[in-house]
Every structure is written in structure tokens, then in C-alpha cells.
Design a protein around this ligand. Structure first.
Ligand SMILES: *Cc1c(COP(=O)(O)O)cnc(C)c1O
Length: 455
């Protein structure tokens, strides 16, 4: 087969998601109550999430059925195409074979609708009429707006103020799908008013916006909250990406040696990686799964593995995670989706156990990689995806040096059409390198009083 584009027939779209917890040698540690530090039960999550999602958050079943109603909506853009990157291979003059899965064909332009749709569906089933959420760069907010609109639910989005003013078209996208968007910190919540009293000009952060969205959901029994990454059920929903890739690579007569994805909270990395990692865990295969993160927010490569909060104010359960500390505010790099202080519990346990790898890249080298990709393959990647491309190029050049033909698969998790401002700055030579200093990381971690992971 010599086709560049590998299309999966619609009839081959997966009918189940894959839950890696079933196959993990060490199961992830339980979430803890932020006050008592005791493991929490499903009842503590009930004010925030509908029963079906709480069950998925805790299940150890290996496979979970995808509801027909969800598959119907998935069919708007799924199965997504996979491509063989002949152009990039030629540019790099590498013997490596490079494939990429393209999630930018979804209505919101990223992988996020893969979980927004089932989350909206299970909330609708439970009689919920409104969902609140936070958004950084706007990708999650737009995905959830699209999904809520589909099921006739209200969607209220707390958007990090710096993005609200800096990325106005993401907001318009959400408004177009019927959502209401507030800049965060806002004066609508106790959390937001508290921050504004101290810092009237606060640019906001994901942690603050999460606190606001959670608070609004706790106020009203018909309102629930949704998170676009980090949690186990979110990772579960994203595995449709890798399950499709498996079938598409089989059509191409190939199997990966390396699987790469950018890393924010872990959802698209888990999505493409976990179905392949399953072969390592069950059949002793040795696929390298590499998470690519920014040097300005390097929780996997330079963070600590301990319990930490998901938000700034302390309203979420404590999760076992690789973290830079919940008060860590990363530099305003352009890969907004990667500016989160921690990683999900499953991914953190896998990294701790040496079953996955992580690499950090500076935003300048990421944009250089993204431009090489755009010029050789055509598609303009989201700045987040550029982190994966930087890793892929590095690995492909290593293959060239060693004269080895390895097969590399990566997730092109979104397009960059809403990020032209960032490309404009890069092309004008105005982007700066950014790597957080050890002193900054130490200062953030020193403030943590959350429980350590028992040895
Ligand atoms: C949200 C987002 C990310 C980061 O989130 P993960 O949960 O780590 O996938 C990466 N890329 C894009 C395009 C995103 O929208």
C-alpha cells in the first residue's frame, strides 16, 4: 500500500473505549478528600458529575461501550484520517516511517469533542440542564459548547481572562454554538471575587477558572461541571483515537516502534498511546510512548510525584500526580493547552513505573518544527501539536544517524487556524525561548502541604 491518506471505513469505527487501568501492573492511587485526606467515594463526586461518568472514573473494566447516540455524533468527523508523512520523511531524509493521526477535522478543530460529546450525553441522560466549565486557550470550551448545543443543554464557560481578551474568535466560536462565556476571574463567584480583591488586574489561570466553574456547579442541582483533560473518564473517551490508529496501521501493513503526543493534562497522549501500550502490558511488546511537554511547564520531566489539587482555590479532590504545584503559573507561551500544572493519575503512575517516557521542548524549537511540518505536509498544526512534531523530528534524525528504519506515529491533535497570531510572532522573530528555572520550580513546590505518596 502506497497511499498517503489511510481512511478507515465508517463501519470500522470502534464500538468500545479501552480502559488501561484493567491492564496496569500498579493501579493508580485513589483521589483524596482535600480536607480530611481520606480516599473519596463516588458520593463526593456526585454534585459535580453524573452517575455514568463517576462510574467510568472508577471502573476497572477493560472495555466500555460507546453509546449509539455518541457514535452518531462522532460520525460527523470520525473515523479521522491517518497520513503517512512522506513529505516530512523526504525533508528529513530519514529512513524512519512517520505516520500521523489528524484530529483537527472535528468541528472544534481538535481531539476535545471526543470527550465533550459523551460527557454532554451522560449529563443529558441524568437530567442535567446546564454544564459549567473552564477554558484556557478556548479549545475545550468550544468543544463542550458544540456538544451541549447538540443535546439542547446550556453551557457556561469561564475563560482565562488573558485568552478572553487575546483570542476573541475562540469566544465567538463558543457563542456561535450557543454558550455563555465569562472572563475569569469574574465577579460571579466567591473564588473570582477573592482573586480580584487581591489582584484587580489578574490575567487569570486555568486553576482559577476551574475553581469558578466548580463553584457555579455546586450551587445548582441541575447544573454539573465538566473537565476536558486529566480525569480517568476523559482519557477513556480519547482512546478512540488510538483504537482507530491500530486498524489504520494494520491497513498500511505497519506497527509503531514509537508513539508520540503533546502533553497538557494527558488526554490526547492517553488517547493515541494507551491502545498501543496495551500491547506492551499484555504481549511484552516494546513500543516507546513519548509525551512531549513545554520547557515552560515541565511537570513530567521536572515535577514531583505527589498528591496535589486540580485547582487554585482547593475545591477539587487531591489527585496523585506529577505536578509543579497548584499555584504554579506558567509563562504565557502560545501552546495554551499545555499550561496546566499537573498530569492525570493514570499517566503519572505509568511514568512513575517507567512504562512511558517524557521529553520537554522549548517553544521556539516547537514552532520551527511546526513550520517544517506545514511546509512539507500542508496542514498547519496547533502550537500544542508542534511539541509532538519536535519530538518526532528528533527521533527521525536519530534513526537517520543510526541507519535504522523505525516506525513513528504521532497525534496531530488539532489545527492551528486560531493560532495565527502565534505563527505571526514566530515568523516576525518575536517569540522568545522559555525554560522555567529550578528556583521557580522549587519555590512553587515549597508551598505544597498536600500529602506525599507513600513509598
Ligand atoms: C487541550 C489540548 C491539548 C492538551 O490537552 P491534553 O489533555 O494533554 O490532550 C493539546 N492539544 C490541543 C490541540 C488541545 O486542544
Amino acid at each position: 500500500m502506497n497511499n498517503k491518506k489511510i481512511l478507515l471505513p465508517e463501519s470500522e469505527m470502534p464500538r468500545q473505549w479501552y480502559n488501561i487501568v484493567a491492564d496496569m501492573p500498579t493501579k493508580p492511587l485513589p483521589p483524596l478528600h482535600p480536607g480530611t485526606h481520606e480516599p473519596i467515594g463516588p458520593e463526593m463526586l456526585a454534585p459535580l458529575f453524573p452517575p455514568a461518568l463517576i462510574e467510568q472514573e472508577m471502573t476497572q473494566d477493560r472495555y466500555v461501550d460507546i453509546p449509539d447516540e455518541v457514535r452518531d455524533i462522532y460520525r460527523i468527523w470520525r473515523p479521522t484520517p491517518m497520513f503517512r508523512a512522506y513529505g516530512l520523511e523526504r525533508l528529513l531524509d530519514t529512513p524512519a516511517k512517520i505516520y500521523y493521526k489528524y484530529e483537527g477535522v472535528s468541528p472544534a478543530g481538535s481531539h476535545k469533542p471526543n470527550t465533550a460529546v459523551p460527557q454532554a450525553y451522560y449529563n443529558k441522560q441524568a437530567g442535567v440542564t446546564k454544564i459549567t466549565t473552564e477554558t484556557g486557550a478556548g479549545q475545550w470550551g468550544s468543544a463542550l459548547s458544540f456538544a451541549c448545543q447538540h443535546f439542547g443543554m446550556e453551557c457556561e464557560v469561564y475563560m482565562v481572562r488573558a485568552s478572553y481578551t487575546g483570542k476573541p474568535y475562540r469566544k465567538v466560536l463558543m457563542n456561535t454554538w450557543g454558550a455563555t462565556v465569562y472572563p475569569s476571574p469574574s465577579d460571579r463567584t466567591v473564588a473570582g471575587r477573592g482573586i480580584l480583591a487581591q489582584h484587580p488586574d489578574s490575567p487569570g489561570s486555568l486553576g482559577i477558572a476551574i475553581s469558578e466553574a466548580v463553584e457555579m456547579a455546586l450551587h445548582d442541582e441541575n447544573t454539573k461541571y465538566a473537565l476536558g483533560s486529566v480525569l480517568n473518564h476523559v482519557l477513556l473517551h480519547q482512546t478512540i483515537i488510538g483504537l482507530e490508529c491500530e486498524k489504520q496501521l494494520e491497513m498500511a501493513g505497519d506497527f509503531p516502534d514509537i508513539v508520540v503526543a503533546p502533553f497538557g493534562g494527558g488526554s490526547n497522549f492517553a488517547g493515541i498511546g494507551f491502545p498501543f501500550l496495551r500491547h506492551n502490558l499484555k504481549e511484552g511488546k516494546k513500543i516507546r510512548c513519548i509525551a512531549a511537554e513545554p520547557t515552560s511547564c515541565p511537570k513530567l520531566t521536572r515535577g514531583v510525584f505527589r498528591y496535589d489539587l486540580g485547582d487554585t482555590v482547593g475545591m477539587t479532590p487531591l489527585l496523585p500526580m506529577y505536578t509543579l504545584g497548584h499555584d504554579f503559573i506558567p509563562a504565557p507561551i502560545h501552546a495554551g493547552g499545555l499550561r496546566y500544572h499537573g498530569a492525570g493519575a493514570i499517566v503519572s503512575q505509568l511514568l512513575h513505573d517507567g512504562l512511558i517516557e517524557a521529553q520537554a521542548h522549548d517553544q521556539l524549537s516547537c514552532f520551527a518544527a511546526g513550520i517544517q511540518f506545514a511546509r512539507s505536509e500542508g496542514i498547519i498544526p496547533a502550537p500544542e501539536a508542534n511539541h509532538a512534531i519536535a519530538t518526532v523530528i528528533q527521533e527521525a534524525l536519530r534513526c537517520k544517524e543510526a541507519g535504522r528504519s523505525e516506525t513513528i506515529l504521532f497525534n496531530l491533535c488539532g489545527h492551528g487556524h486560531f493560532d495565527m497570531g502565534a505563527y505571526e510572532q514566530y515568523l516576525a522573530g518575536n517569540l522568545v525561548e522559555h525554560e522555567v528555572t529550578q528556583a521557580e520550580i522549587n519555590a512553587s513546590l515549597a508551598t505544597l502541604t498536600t500529602p506525599l505518596i507513600p513509598a
